[in-house]
Design a protein around this ligand. Structure first.
Ligand code: 17E
Ligand code: FE2
Length: 418
């Protein structure tokens, strides 16, 4: 098989019966046609073997600057967000370009092996030297052959609450970060939080940039910064370019308030990013029993017609010691935690790690269709249900017609001696 494909044959497509051939020309899909029967792949074709072919996975929320630093210089013992921020503040003082570039690249390769081709990373800019930010700009250059990387200027220790917070955000934008971040629930006061949102929305709007705010990542039902973010997005008619990450507090809001809030959310068209493995781990830490799950209202947001995607958030960092790059694992946990194991949810579940992530990243071209870049995955399984059950690594990842990953089917029964 050559590096540059002319077609993918024997592909199954979500919601369609039978097998399909996806023709590829100059790195783009040039035609999609139903097959009468299964066919033998030629040298220039990839045989999907009757498996589901999906768009490439989107990791919409990760912290690559902190990836693979779990336990450095110490372990997060309480398992809280706040101790994680303290551990990271210590580790941050020892960052060098090579350190950041090495860990981030290693993580992106792990992601690529799992079929992730689009990533949005938050990068902490509450650092007077902006070491991580500058390193991540290099990583974005160096890895562009296998991943589209969006960089968020993320003020981990606050915009209003950190010395020169605004200047550091502005400098990060000037250097090339394409997404404006925020962390209102961590600012010293509620007023600081509200001010920071208005300011960052203005900044993004002025420079025509995307927005992704860590918003209400706390079990406090009085953390209500989401309404401010949504109202600002609505005012500026900017909702499709703004992501609200975490919104954990929504899991603790009362229903009357949510009913009012959802009216605004629908009008604003905001995108939502939920990180279920992370929130199950970090939230509920100040509860005895019952313990809250600390996860936003995912099925309700989806039912309201809003786009929600799942992300991993962390991979072996001060906040979360686990993570393996497999988004099917994140999806599985999220569906469990959100009471979404009904078959109608399962059948559409892959959208939470594909299309909805693409909507949050505001990707211009995404998906499987004539004329679009030939980027897709061959999954292990014929249906979303089978893919989710197995959570096995993708059989192939194709990017612009080029094969990035190719592996043999792995059956869990292999090796069974019975
Ligand atoms: N920083 C933060 O504020 N929240 C998180 N979940 C992570 C970093 C991972
Ligand atoms: Fe995060």
């Amino acid at each position: 098989m050559t590096d540059q494909l002319n077609a993918i044959v024997n592909a199954r497509l979500q919601g369609q019966n039978g097998l399909y051939t996806l023709k590829i020309n100059n790195g783009r899909f040039s035609g999609i046609s139903a097959q009468q029967e299964s066919t033998i792949a030629t040298e220039d074709e990839l045989d999907a073997g009757g498996n589901l072919v999906t768009p490439a996975f989107v990791e919409p929320h990760i912290h690559l600057d902190a990836a693979m630093t779990a336990g450095q210089p110490r372990w997060n013992k309480s398992g809280t967000l706040f101790e994680g921020i303290d551990c990271w503040a210590e580790r941050k003082t020892t960052l060098s370009p090579d350190d950041v570039i090495g860990r981030a690249t290693q993580t992106l390769k792990l992601f690529a092996a799992h079929g992730i081709q689009y990533v949005r990373t938050h990068v902490d800019v509450t650092d007077p030297h902006l070491t991580a930010l500058q390193a991540m700009l290099t990583v974005r250059e160096q890895t562009s052959g296998f991943v589209d990387l969006q960089i968020v200027a993320f003020p981990q220790e606050g915009i209003w609450s950190f010395k020169n917070g605004r200047e550091l955000m502005e400098e990060a934008i000037r250097l090339g970060a394409g997404v404006v971040g925020g962390i209102p629930h961590f600012e010293h006061t509620r007023d600081y939080g509200a001010e920071s949102i208005r300011w960052l929305m203005e900044l993004a709007h002025k420079h025509d940039l995307l927005v992704d705010v860590h918003c209400d990542e706390i079990d406090d039902p009085e953390s209500r910064f989401l309404e401010i973010l949504a109202a600002e997005a609505l005012k500026l008619d900017y909702g499709s370019r703004v992501s609200a990450s975490h919104t954990c507090a929504m899991g603790s809001y009362n229903d009357a308030y949510c009913s009012r809030l959802f009216r605004l959310l629908k009008k604003s068209g905001l995108r939502f990013l939920s990180m279920p493995t992370e929130s199950l781990h970090l939230q509920g830490r100040f509860d005895s029993y019952p313990k809250r799950r600390g996860i936003t209202r995912v099925p309700e947001l989806l039912d309201a017609g809003l786009k929600v995607a799942f992300g991993q958030d962390s991979i072996r960092d001060p906040w979360y010691p686990m993570g393996n790059g497999n988004m099917l694992r994140t999806l599985d946990v999220g569906l469990h935690a959100c009471h979404m194991l009904g078959m109608s949810w399962i059948e559409h579940s892959l959208e939470l790690i594909t299309e909805n992530g693409a909507a949050a990243l505001d990707l211009g071209e995404y998906g499987i269709g004539e004329g679009l870049p030939a980027r897709c995955l061959v999954q292990q399984g014929q249906t979303p249900y089978e893919v989710l059950l197995g959570q096995r690594p993708v059989l192939a990842s194709v990017r612009d017609g080029r094969v990035l990953v190719r592996r043999n089917a792995s059956h869990p029964e292999t090796g069974l001696m019975l």
